[in-house]
Design a protein around this ligand. Structure first.
Ligand SMILES: [Fe+2]
Length: 243
């Protein structure tokens, strides 16, 4: 399952092949970024959802999943592809684009974020039993006091994000766990974001993520989300982020 999810990540976020890149700045100049093993973006194929539309029933209904994935996410992907086509960004790892997204314009920021964030979201959900690893549990307890407190903090971040956006559990650059939220399609990898780090777990709180089933009751959707978190993926992200 984990391997399947990892493959999904590679295909969706950054491409079929893992390419060692000479890091190219958005202006086309070569620099010596340490993250030379970032994966190359594949902007040629919209990746598959890692489960059926009804897999997360009854918590997330199939109709919502279909519209969300096949219309909203696909549109972000297509618009992102068009925004980077013919520029140096076409061959730049998406994480690197986000690190300088303030220079790229709104189309790349909004559609690149919309493309990437939904991948993280689909992937950190599933319908198989899972739980936080011992390592992640210990880190959560250290950062938040208890798992319940973490869950409450994350849920509150999701419930109180004004308008549209995302809530995140992320690993800060100094390797601590933190929770926060971002507006619109921003994420913690972006230089424009006040919260910065590596995404570990996210929830989409745009109305399109829940309105058909939950209408205006975002808190009910947020509570339902906990039933479909794929901790195997979150555990793996945490392990990778610590390296
Ligand atoms: Fe969404």
């Amino acid at each position: 399952m984990i391997m399947k999810q990892n493959n999904f990540t590679k295909n969706i976020i950054t491409g079929i092949s893992i390419a060692l890149l000479s890091a190219v700045t958005l202006s086309g100049q070569v620099n010596d970024l340490k993250n030379s093993d970032m994966k190359k973006i594949d902007t040629k194929e919209f990746p598959a959802l890692p489960y059926a539309y009804d897999a997360l029933e009854p918590y997330l209904d199939a109709r919502t999943m279909e519209i969300h994935y096949d219309r909203h996410h696909r549109a972000y992907f297509n618009n992102f592809v068009n925004a980077v086509k013919g520029t140096a960004m076409e061959n730049t790892p998406v994480e690197q684009i986000f690190a300088e997204v303030s220079k790229t314009g709104e189309a790349v920021r909004n559609n690149g974020g919309g493309y990437y964030n939904h991948v993280i979201y689909w992937e950190n959900m599933g319908n198989k039993p899972s739980k936080p690893s011992d390592e992640l549990t210990a880190a959560i307890e250290k950062a938040f006091g208890s798992f319940d407190k973490f869950r409450e903090t994350f849920s509150n971040a999701a419930k109180t994000r004004f308008g549209s956006g995302w809530a995140w559990l992320y690993l800060t650059p100094d390797k601590n766990l933190a929770v926060g939220s971002t507006p619109n399609q921003d994420n913690p990898l972006m230089d424009v974001s006040p919260i910065k780090g590596t995404p570990l777990l996210t929830i989409d709180v745009w109305e399109h993520a829940y309105y058909l089933k939950y209408q205006n009751k975002r808190p009910d959707y947020v509570e339902a989300f906990w039933n479909v978190v794929n901790w195997d993926v979150v555990n793996e992200r945490y392990k990778e982020a610590l390296k």
